[in-house]
Design a binder for this molecule. Structure first.
Ligand code: FES
Length: 161
């Protein structure tokens, strides 16, 4: 019997094939992990419970707004205090106020209306006092949560009241 009847296995080629397969598996696993992270993290953030979001918001006690000191009078700046949309208002008499912009009715984001000098929620027409955040009219049951405002070295520093 001769060796020519048996198929020849090239061990070197077989090892090379295995290492290519191993490399492709590692690359495929890495690409899969990247896709999982790219899709999973935004989904996780979207699904984060209100308790976790409240904890994130509670962790912040101060926000510095470096360019806000140059805000013209009778204008407002929207900013985030932790995860909460918030509003800073520079009044005509050069005083400042800041508060949460989360409407106390159903949680829409309210904004400053300079013509009327009030904070207005577009969802159901709730209005708030621009200096104190007190609920004036419409369905909001409570005032907006106020913050303290301090101007230091040309920066506006907003802290929890
Ligand atoms: S959510 Fe603001 S008035 Fe209803």
């Amino acid at each position: 019997m001769s060796d020519e009847s048996q198929p020849q296995v090239d061990n070197e080629a077989s090892d090379d094939l295995l290492s290519r397969r191993g490399f492709i598996k590692v690359v495929a696993a890495g690409v899969g992990a990247c896709y999982a992270g790219a899709i999973g993290y935004p989904v996780y953030q979207y699904l984060a419970s209100p308790v976790e979001q409240a904890a994130m918001a509670a962790a912040v006690n101060e926000v510095t707004l470096p360019q806000a000191a140059s805000l013209p009078k009778n204008t407002a700046l929207m900013f985030r205090f932790g995860s909460k949309p918030s509003i800073l208002i520079h009044h005509d008499d050069d005083t400042w106020s800041a508060m949460s912009a989360v409407c106390t009715h159903l949680g829409c984001t309210a904004g400053y209306v300079p013509e009327k000098k009030v904070i207005f929620c577009p969802c159901h027409g709730g209005t708030y006092d621009a200096r104190t955040g007190a609920n004036i009219s419409g369905p909001p049951p409570k005032p907006l949560a106020p913050y303290k405002v301090e101007i230091t070295d040309g920066k506006v520093i907003v802290t929890r009241a």
